[in-house]
Design a binder for this molecule. Structure first.
Ligand code: ZN
Length: 372
């Protein structure tokens, strides 16, 4: 059976949702643990809590992937006198690693906000608050024909050729490569001081810039040549914006009651509180999973009839009323508990690609809102 380490899975997750997508204040990634540990099982959750850690121990899992990072700011002590310190000590004692996908999961295409869009059935969606834009380069690499598939597979697994809902996209042409190995060279094909001709494929792939160094590293690792020939070209094409929250529309306007029902179906664990401006014709919807009250003005300025988020305070609702915007506070937990399932699905996919679909992945769903 193939060994799968923590770092093998986190590399796959980051090829999809790079840490560089996250907000500057955030702290996603491996928080506690050992990237070299062999994975025995995985549990996913919204938060890292003693209950989740106990569940991991119960099912023999040594890797927990959560949405919220367990450590956010600098810690001055880790001691057994605090609940925080005891939990970290417990994780280390049992060789359990914890890893967070936070604002990178909110922002990435197909991440948490897009999951909310899907559940609500919104169409023609766009980003609500732009945090950056996609940046692609083109990688061209020259490979002997017989080794081309191996290189294509390796760079595809590292995130090259990821375009929209497609991965491993590439284009190839065949031709003749020529080189003269000089004294001191150790050519994989041909001999020193003899001009060599080889049937080669030129593989072209579009690469998201955040994964470029990883893609090049993986390409170099499997490329048979001592000195592979490759080039990286910047692409001057319109780039898609990425960011937090989404705005889109229902195919048909809904009444207040039907809208409320739709939101409850989309977020079954949520205790809904509706406020601001009550309207009866609701079609254009903005949303931000988690606590997104700061985008109330933005949602109104982009013409939303209603805005769905969590952690909405009294004065936020007052502001929404002034702006003529209906606001649904579906709770922080209510809008994000789906993260556990989403993460479990992505990890199962990664384990399948790594040749270990047998490793158990459990979405921990026992956890409930802190509110009664
Ligand atoms: Zn959150």
């Amino acid at each position: 059976m193939k060994d799968v380490r923590v770092k093998d899975v986190t590399e796959k997750l980051e090829a999809w949702a790079p840490l560089s997508l996250a907000e500057a204040w955030d702290n996603p990634g491996l928080t506690v643990g050992n990237p070299e540990s062999l994975i025995t099982g995985v549990v996913t959750s919204l938060d890292i809590t003693p209950q989740v850690v106990d569940r991991a121990k119960e099912v023999g899992a040594n890797f927990i992937v959560s949405h919220h990072p367990y450590i956010f700011k600098g810690m001055k002590q880790i001691t057994l006198t605090t609940a925080h310190g005891r939990l970290i000590a417990d994780l280390l004692k049992h060789d359990i690693s914890i890893y967070a996908m936070h604002t990178n999961l909110d922002i990435v295409s197909g991440g948490l906000n897009d999951e909310a869009v899907k559940r609500l059935g919104l169409e023609n969606t766009d980003v609500l608050d732009k945090t950056g834009q996609e940046d692609f380069v083109k990688l061209r690499v020259f490979v002997p024909e017989l080794e081309a598939d191996k290189v294509r597979q390796a760079i595809g697994n590292a995130g090259a050729g990821a375009i929209g809902n497609y991965s491993h996209c590439s284009f190839s042409v065949t031709g003749t490569g020529r080189f003269l190995p000089l004294r001191g060279a150790h050519p994989a094909i041909g001999q020193v001081e003899i001009l060599t001709n080889v049937r080669e494929e030129e593989i072209s792939v579009v690469v998201p810039r955040p994964v470029l160094s990883k893609v090049v590293k993986e390409m170099l690792a499997v490329h048979p040549y001592e000195t592979p020939a490759y080039e990286v070209v910047s692409l001057d094409v319109p780039h898609k914006a990425y960011g937090l929250g989404r705005i889109g529309s229902f195919a048909q306007a809904l009444s207040f009651d039907d809208f409320k029902e739709r939101v409850q179906e989309a977020f079954p664990q949520a205790h809904l509180r509706l406020g601001g401006h009550k309207c009866q014709c609701i079609q254009r919807i903005a949303l931000c999973t988690g606590g997104g009250a700061e985008f109330i003005d933005k949602a109104a300025s982009l013409g939303a009839d209603a805005y769905i988020t969590g952690d909405v305070k009294y004065h936020d609702m007052q502001r929404a009323k002034e702006l003529g915007l209906l606001v649904v506070d579906a709770g922080h937990f209510g809008t994000e508990e789906m993260a556990a399932k989403l993460l479990a699905g992505k990890i199962k996919e990664a384990l399948g690609q790594l040749g270990r679909p047998d490793i158990e992945v459990e979405a921990f769903s026992e956890q409930r809102d802190f509110f009664f």
